[in-house]
Design a protein around this ligand. Sequence first.
Ligand code: KG4
Ligand code: ZN
Length: 342
Amino acid sequence: KKEPLILGIESTCDETGVALVRGGTLLADRTATSMDQYARYGGIIPEIASRAHLESFLPTLETALEEAGVGLDEVDAIAVSAGPGLVGSLTVGICAAKALATSLGVPIYGVNHVLGHLAVDELVDGPLPQKFIGLVVSGGHSNLLLVNDLATDVVELGGTLDDAAGEAFDKVGRLLNLPYPGGPHVDRLSQQGDVNAIKFPRGLSAGKDKERYKYDFSFSGLKTAVSRYVQGVAARGEEIVPEDVCAGFSEAVNDSLTAKAVQACLDHGCDTIIVGGGFSANSRIRTLLNERAAKHGITVRIPPLRFCTDNGAQIAAMGSTLARAGVKPSPLEFSPDSGMNL
Ligand code: KG4
Ligand code: ZN
């Protein structure tokens, strides 16, 4: 018997994603984004994002079905992001998913978007190990997870106490007058700078914080340190070297992320770290994590970037994971959960 055909719908933030997955195979993955509308605001405007989802959903669905070469009537189950995310954005995807599930008479899974960032790796690198450490890092999340079973047993070991890693990059970008979103620009400059020129603090890595917040991150103190440094240099009438500022800052963020992920792996007897989220585009996280993991024989799995940024494939893959595990579908009246826990 053929494995079920899962339609995945993503609308947590600014990406409208629709994908079709059967078993571990991706048949289609289409994404529309409203990101280009936010440059002049310096941040996402939720109302604009919701409206964009409304406008993009049907065209995105149509092209996805076309790409997969399947009809809507062949869909066996629907998976949709139930949270965390912007409530208006989530509502559009969930309403669309419910309407489709009702009219097709198929089950619906309201899935956790963050877990989708890990599930998607099976479409690229093959079946996931039963147990692993998940590191999900983007402009909205920085989560360190112990996955005992992706469908049924995920423990949140830690997360950020303030800014997400991508958000911190964006804020430093703003501080240096770089265009929004600043993350990629800060990354680009950091590669031309000297990591040892300026030593910025690593949050939660010393004193009693070290034990208490063993798996947590904090980037707002770091951002303040960068801001003070920049102001200090200006006050002395000197010129900053943005490349060196970015290199020192990027190193501090990536040092925390990778050290804690590897430590979590060692502490919990895991041999694999799976990374997801748009921050995995960062040039330093890949090299540093691979370097540190290799010392302990830990395997690092990072899907290609298009599967790391928000997409429908991650939601379809998560739906597939739940269906395969025999998890019960969601009741049709479930609501968006903007602060959804794991
Ligand atoms: O997953 P994503 O596309 O959207 C969500 O936040 O959900 O992640 C985008 C975030 C932004 O904050 C962006 O500035 C950051 O990831 N980012 C980067 C890089 N590319 C994107 N941060 C550092 N280095 C990069 N190369
Ligand atoms: Zn995401």
